[in-house]
Write a protein that binds this ligand. Structure first.
Ligand code: HEC
Length: 242
């Protein structure tokens, strides 16, 4: 059957649209798309011609701080003042037993950077009785159990030198170690170190009750510490996770 020209043209157009439709349907069914995942990029540790050192992996820009790791509060994290005097040097001598006797404490803060509460002192007592008591003794006289069995004797906390030492010094001793004593930074968080400092202040008052006019910022208004024998009774009452 012969068809006229116009009819043939209409049929051809129909076929063309049909093919186009099938092609589009096929393409979208196969997921042919161009997204960010297809952009040019380097894989970790791959070579690069773009950078002079040939490494695609770049160093972090100077001063980059991981989220949550910004330690802005210098007093809290170091026990030191914000603008230290670079010329001030700590004076110290070595005594007959080999201990370092520090007599000046430059650039150390002398105010607790946290509120001194009963909870803080209790937490400090608990931590002290775990980490310090074996050498420094139950009240800080330097007569802990392993010292009684021959370990080097640390200085007592009840001499004027350490009574008057700024709180930052005690924090620093725990953070960085001191002379023959190890650092306790791995065992005690900064918050726990301040708790231990507060407890040491309480111990100092407990051994010198007549002298309550110790530095005003110390833990003088906290309850007198209990004897070490009772120390375990109230453990885990304060402070939460380390
Ligand atoms: C293994 C024994 C030992 C333990 C545990 C220990 N210390 Fe010491 N500590 C010493 C010795 C020894 C010295 C003296 C170091 C020196 O002068 O060379 C000392 C010195 C100190 C001083 C005096 C610094 C000065 O200026 O004279 C402080 C404060 C102190 N320790 C705090 C602590 C605290 C707080 C803890 C617990 C977190 C602790 N120590 C745990 C052995 C110990």
């Amino acid at each position: 059957m012969l068809k006229n020209k116009a009819e043939t043209k209409r049929m051809n157009r129909g076929i063309k649209f049909g093919i186009l439709f099938v092609a589009i349907a096929f393409a979208s069914a196969c997921g042919v798309r161009f997204d960010m995942q297809d952009q040019p990029r380097y894989k970790a540790y791959k070579k690069s011609d773009f950078f002079a050192d040939g490494r695609a992996s770049r160093d972090l820009p100077a001063g980059t701080v991981p989220r949550g790791m910004l330690k802005e509060n210098k007093a809290f994290y170091t026990g030191k003042v914000d603008n230290p005097d670079p010329n001030a040097t700590a004076q110290s001598t070595i005594d007959a037993s080999g201990n370092t006797v520090m007599t000046t404490f430059p650039n150390m803060i002398d105010e607790f950077p946290v509120p001194v509460t009963k909870e803080l002192v209790d937490r400090g007592q608990e931590r002290y009785n775990i980490y310090c008591i074996v050498c420094h003794g139950p009240v800080g006289a330097g007569d802990g159990m392993i010292v009684r069995r021959g370990f080097v004797k640390p200085p007592t906390f009840h001499a004027d030198r350490l009574r008057n030492a700024p709180v930052g010094h005690f924090f620093d001793v725990m953070t960085n170690g001191f002379g023959r004593m190890n650092s306790y930074a791995a065992m005690l968080t900064p918050a726990d170190r301040w708790a231990v400092v507060a407890y040491i202040r309480a111990l100092q008052v407990s051994q010198d009750p007549a002298n309550l006019n110790m530095k005003a910022n110390t833990a003088t208004n906290t309850a007198a510490p209990q004897p070490a024998a009772n120390a375990n009774a109230n453990s885990n009452t304060a402070g939460g996770a380390r």
